[in-house]
Design a protein around this ligand. Structure first.
Ligand SMILES: [Zn+2]
Length: 212
């Protein structure tokens, strides 16, 4: 290890689907390669969308990746890397966290990406922990496929399923928080208490938080 590693040690890139997480991960890994740093990208076997041994972004960027079943195997594959890219981290088991801690102790730089929220809008897998451990977090936004706004932060499931993990792009679309319809939301809304005379509705006018 002769090369100087400066900057952030654990960078986390999160967001909903189609927010550009994988292309941002590939971009940062390519920059490390330009700096002559040995790199590796690892992705979980659960993610079947990319070709085997590749990480691909929807804008066509691609990079070689090692497909891993057990996060502990990352330690073996990353032994000679100084910069470790972890794609689709929501599909790794909880075992990823001690592995990341070990990589940090080995003075490696880690760039992890993944969905921060699942289809219900709930924190997804190891991402909340990774975000807390990180010294840099970037939350990317997508374009809402319903209203076209630039602020999509939720992954809308378009089919009925109770499984947290349901792989496939066709079953999902990026939605902003106003257009997002979590499963069971309608029933939930019926049980919300009334505020004064007016029921709380999703499209109520937004309050400004800026003092006048
Ligand atoms: Zn929208």
């Amino acid at each position: 290890m002769f090369m100087m590693l400066t900057g952030y040690k654990l960078e986390v890139i999160v967001g909903c689907m189609s927010a550009g997480k994988s292309s941002e991960l590939i971009r940062r890994i390519e920059r490390a390669r330009l700096a002559y740093l040995p790199t590796i990208i690892v992705r979980p076997a659960t993610d079947t969308r990319s070709k085997a041994n590749h990480v691909e972004s929807r804008n066509g960027l691609a990079s070689k990746a090692v497909v891993i079943e057990d996060p502990k195997d990352i330690l073996t594959y990353a032994a000679h890397a100084l910069v470790v890219g972890l794609d689709e981290c929501q599909f790794f088991s909880e075992e990823l966290i001690p592995v990341v801690k070990m990589l940090l102790r080995q003075k490696k730089k880690i760039i992890a990406s993944g969905l921060d929220l699942d289809y219900r809008g709930e924190p997804f897998g190891t991402l909340p922990t990774l975000m807390a451990m990180a010294d840099r977090v970037d939350k990317l936004l997508a374009v809402c496929r319903k209203c076209g706004s630039d602020f999509a932060c939720r992954t809308q499931r378009m089919v009925h399923s109770e499984e947290q993990i349901l792989v496939g792009d066709a079953q999902y679309e990026a939605r902003c928080i106003h257009c997002f319809e979590p499963p069971g939301e309608f029933q939930l809304r019926l049980e919300l208490p009334l505020m004064g005379e007016n029921p709380i509705v999703a499209d109520a006018p937004q309050l400004s938080l800026v003092a006048g």
